[in-house]
Structures are given as C-alpha cells and as structure tokens.
Design a protein around this ligand. Structure first.
Ligand SMILES: *Cc1c(COP(=O)(O)O)cnc(C)c1O
Length: 414
C-alpha cells in the first residue's frame, strides 16, 4: 500500500531548502549549548560527592567573586540571579529613581528599558551608529539634561561601544555610566577589560550566554558607596537575588576557558567574514556589522570583541526580496541558528513611556535589517564557515521558491 503523503508530496531534489522538505545542511542542527566538557563533568560529579550542591555559599562562590574581580578590575562583586537582576541592582546602586532620566540606545536589550521604568525613571532613547549599531556616543551629549542620572552602554552582538569617548562625556558632566557586559564578558576595549569602564557593570550567566549556569548574573563596581547600596538592596534579611554554590562551581571552569574560546570564535568569525567577501560580489545578502574590530592591525586600538552573537546587515534585495523572517527561518531549518536582531525600543513602547533624545533613524534601520548568528557554531572553527556558507548558498539559489511557497505564518523569536 502506498502512503498518501508520498504521493501528494512532490519529490524534492536533494538540493532543496530544508524549510521546503530538503535535507538540511546540518541535519544534527546547531551545536548543543551549553557544551559538556570534562571540566563541567568533573564539577558535577564533585558536587554530588561533596553535597555542596545544597549550599548557598562556599569556596566556589568565593573563587568566582575573586576571578571576576581580578579579570574585570573591579573591587566589589555581587553575584546575583540574572543579568536582568544585575541591571536593576546597578540602577539602584546609582540611586536612580522617580524624576531621573537614564540614557540608552533605542537598539538595546528590552529589559534594560523595563528596569529604568521599574525604578520610576524615564528612559531617554538615543540613536545607534549606522555602521555597527552600537550606542552612538556622539548622540549622547545632546540628550543630556539636568535630570540625566545615568547612561547605559551595552556592547552588543559582537560590537563594542566607544567607551573612551563615553567615559569622557560622563566624567565631564558628572553622570554615572552603567556598562552592560552581558553579551561581552572577556572583551577588551582600548586595552582595558569591558566592564572596567563603567561606574558599575553587569554580567549575565543565562542559559544562552557565553558563560552559563542556566541562570545567574553579577554586578561589579569599584565605588564603595555604590557597592553598599547594592548590598543593602540585595540583602533583605535574606538574599533577594541569589546565585548558589552549585551555579558558581559550574561557572568557574567556563570563565577560565573564556579567553581560549574567544580565540576560537574570533577565528571562525574571520573565516565566515572572509568567505562572504570572497563569494559575494556586487550586492551581498549579508554583510558583517563589526568589521572594524576584526582588522588584524588592531594593535594600536587594542580592541578584542566577544561574540555572543555575530550580527549582519541583511539585504533582501540581493535575494529577490526574500523577507528577513523567512530568510532566518530557512537558515534555521538548515541547522544554522540565526534570528532577527532586537526590536526597537522606540517602536515597541508607547511614546508616553520614554523621551526621544534625538533622531532614531539608524535604530529603526537596525531593527528592520539586522540578523544575528547565535554563538555555539563559532566554536566549531573548522566547519562553521563552511556550513554557514552552504546554507546561505542554498537559500540564495532557491530564494524565489522560498518566497512563492505558502507556509504557516513566519514567527520571529525573541
Ligand atoms: C541577556 C542580556 C541581559 C539579561 O540577562 P539575563 O540573565 O537573561 O536576565 C541584559 N543585557 C543584555 C545586553 C543581554 O544580552
């Protein structure tokens, strides 16, 4: 007996996009994250043997605090439950409250906006740079008023904010700087660690992040009065946003591995970028955002990015108008974890909830055109560029078919 499905379904050439029933470039899908390593295995076993998995604090939380403090050159480290909690604690540490304004990029992590609103302050949105979508420091000054209490600078999607210029503005105006390092632990800006530039800095150990315990975060500062306020708010007779001994134990070996992993990821990024440059001539569908940090003659600036995401400008004109959501979906079906970038904070919130600190045209552009590759593939240095390019080539060849085929609605992921 013949299965009716076999009869109805047209025979797909092996080259067909996986989204339309073809064989995926990576049938196994994207690499599993977090990775299982001998070090994390050893930690889990040791936790079982010692019973430390039930402890609130212990040698591992102590060692993690010491490592973060040393590597990010900050005197005080408060471990906490998430990056979102870390940003809230940081804002509280800076005494942000009703009547205050906090400047941030309109192209930023959603919860940063929400945290400002939570504290009763007004988010003031400024534009991002047109080339790499990082906070446009040159737009910050015009957005400052007597009410400006803090500036949030997030290094995003493989890019770095110009902290040299931003620190100068903050110092001259006496405004506090919150450096969000959730996507860029281990990055270096002008010779200093990312996180060492802000009056206060935040880290995330969320499940998808470069160093993860499923959940977790940290807030760091070298200013005792900020540290004291953070501690007071965190401690309410009990820890309000705890990170456990078990989480710390799992984070330590990953933190130690970070430098080595950065080197592997950066190599893969260079390979993907140079392959794109080789393959694409006139109007490429994808162009990396952050080329400036990848030049090999970076010695004078001493910048080293961290790639939690690798962001690209997507140009649908190069693919016969293939919409961005459909493109990402087709890439994901091939086993390449790529998603649209952030939604613009100025586009998803009512005008009454924020003040626009200037034109936001570049942020609008970034929201509609960026796609970002999730980092785990970048640790497969040998295959990353090849698989990425194969998937892209296949989608390029079948762009028209991908446009014309009716599919259940394209949903974007967060
Ligand atoms: C992930 C992230 C956060 C929040 O971290 P969670 O641990 O998920 O709460 C904050 N800022 C940025 C830029 C992030 O990428």
């Amino acid at each position: 007996m013949i299965c009716p499905l076999t009869v109805l379904r047209p025979l797909m050439p092996t080259d067909s996009p996986a989204l339309l029933g073809g064989v995926p470039v990576r049938p196994e899908g994207p690499p599993v994250w977090p990775r299982r390593t001998p070090e994390t295995d050893a930690v889990l076993l040791a936790l079982r043997e010692s019973g430390d998995w039930g402890r609130y604090h212990g040698p591992h939380t102590g060692a993690l605090i010491a490592s973060l403090s040393q590597d990010l050159q900050r005197d005080h480290v408060q471990l906490c439950a998430s990056g979102t909690a870390a940003v809230e604690l940081a804002l509280r540490g800076l005494s942000v409250g009703p009547g205050d304004e906090v400047i941030l990029s309109a192209y930023d992590f959603k919860a940063n906006f929400t945290n400002v609103v939570l504290l009763g302050a007004t988010p003031v949105l400024v534009d991002c740079r047109s080339d790499d979508a990082q906070l446009d420091v040159s737009a910050v000054e015009a957005a400052c008023t007597a009410k400006t209490k803090a500036i949030i600078a997030s290094h995003l999607q493989g890019g770095l904010v110009d902290m040299l210029a931003l620190r100068e503005i903050a110092d001259r105006r006496g405004i506090a700087l919150l450096e969000d390092v959730c996507q860029s632990p281990g990055a270096v800006i002008a010779g200093r660690p990312a996180g060492a530039w802000g009056d206060v800095a935040t880290l995330s150990f969320g499940g998808s992040k470069l160093v993860t315990a499923g959940r977790g975060g940290a807030v760091l500062t070298s200013r005792p009065e900020i540290a004291q306020r953070i501690k007071l708010y965190h401690q309410r007779g009990n820890e309000a946003y705890p990170l456990s001994e078990m989480q710390a134990a799992l984070l330590l070996p990953q933190w130690k591995q970070l430098k080595h992993d950065h080197a592997t990821r950066t190599k893969a990024v260079l390979e993907i970028s140079s392959q794109l440059a080789r393959e694409q001539q006139t109007s490429p569908p994808l162009a990396p955002l952050c080329r400036s940090h990848l030049t090999t003659d970076s010695a004078p600036t001493q910048n080293a990015p961290a790639f939690y995401k690798l962001a690209f400008w997507y140009d649908n004109a190069a693919l016969e108008g293939l919409p961005r959501d459909r493109f990402c979906r087709a890439m994901r079906a091939e086993g390449i974890a790529i998603d649209p970038g952030f939604a613009g904070l100025h586009l998803i919130h009512a005008r009454s909830r924020f003040r626009a600190g200037g034109p936001l045209a570049h942020a609008t552009q970034a929201c509609s055109r960026i796609v970002m590759l999730h980092h785990p593939l970048l640790l497969e240095a040998e295959t990353a560029a090849r698989d990425f390019q194969s998937a892209l080539d296949k989608i390029t060849r079948h762009a028209r078919m991908l446009i014309d085929t009716a599919l259940p609605s394209d949903t974007t992921q967060d």
